[in-house]
Design a protein around this ligand. Structure first.
Ligand code: PEP
Length: 248
């Protein structure tokens, strides 16, 4: 039985004062809703997340990681540094990193490897653009993105990865994938995982991301292959974020 997981992706939002209000609101409102929960914060706020979340039921993580361990890589943040601040999760290959920073599927796969090597849980993100969906390429696109990761991991490593299906056309647009569309993509991804290892495929959590809100979360998360959510906009408001977790 896979546990549900809800992760907030703050993207490039936040301030020290605002973060305290958001985090304390989440911690105060969190009950045993039956799901794990985490926030992926901008790297400068990892120390704050550690201070304010340690000992609570909310885990924290980052939004990107370097493939390098250390050295002359200006601006990069290593997996060991994230771990140093108690991070548990790191997003790898979010569509905004792929689109605005030219991250290839091969680079994303190396980021997954770097995260695993440090003991972090990578959240590997996949998804098609609207043009790709309309051209009937959804399965080919997400299959290629997943395959790049599977190619560099053993089944034991795959078991430690979280996947996120995030159709690019649904991110930040208010256009959520229907539960049927999302379930079809999740089922497809799990079937591809099963080609690598059937037992592992049954245990890997696959999150849905793309304009998830308290109002649509319940139906999405009721789908058999949807194991939680990766939440952008709604993760910036404690009531909305808690509402999604509660929908589990
Ligand atoms: C995201 O950025 O991962 C995301 C799902 O954003 P939103 O919920 O705002 O669509």
């Amino acid at each position: 039985m896979r546990r549900k997981l809800v992760i907030g992706n703050w993207k490039m939002n936040g301030s020290r004062a605002g973060n305290t209000a958001l985090l304390s609101g989440i911690v105060a409102g969190l009950n045993d809703f039956g799901a794990d929960c985490a926030v992926c914060v901008p790297a400068p706020y990892l120390a704050q997340a550690q201070t304010e979340l340690e000992g609570t039921a909310v885990a924290w993580g980052a939004q990107d990681v370097s493939i390098h361990a250390s050295g002359a890589y200006t601006g990069e943040v290593s997996a060991a540094m994230l771990l140093d601040f108690g991070a548990q999760y790191v997003l790898c290959g979010h569509s905004e990193r792929r689109a605005y920073h030219g991250e290839s599927s091969e680079l994303v796969a190396q980021k997954v490897v770097a995260a695993l090597a440090a003991g972090l849980t990578p959240v590997a993100c996949f998804g098609e653009t609207l043009a790709q969906r309309e051209a009937g390429e959804t399965e080919a696109v997400i299959c290629g993105q997943l395959q790049a990761v599977l190619d560099v991991l053993t089944p034991e490593q795959v078991a430690k990865v979280v996947l996120a299906y995030e159709p690019v056309w649904a991110i930040g647009t208010g256009k959520t994938a229907t539960p049927q569309i999302a379930q079809a993509a999740h089922q497809f991804l799990r079937a591809r995982l099963a080609q690598k290892n059937a037992a592992v495929a049954q245990n890997v959590q696959i999150l849905y991301g793309g304009s998830m809100k308290p109002e649509n979360a319940k139906e999405l998360m009721a789908q058999p292959d949807i194991d939680g959510g990766l939440i952008g906009g709604a993760a910036l408001n404690p009531t909305d974020f808690l509402g999604i977790i509660q929908a589990v």
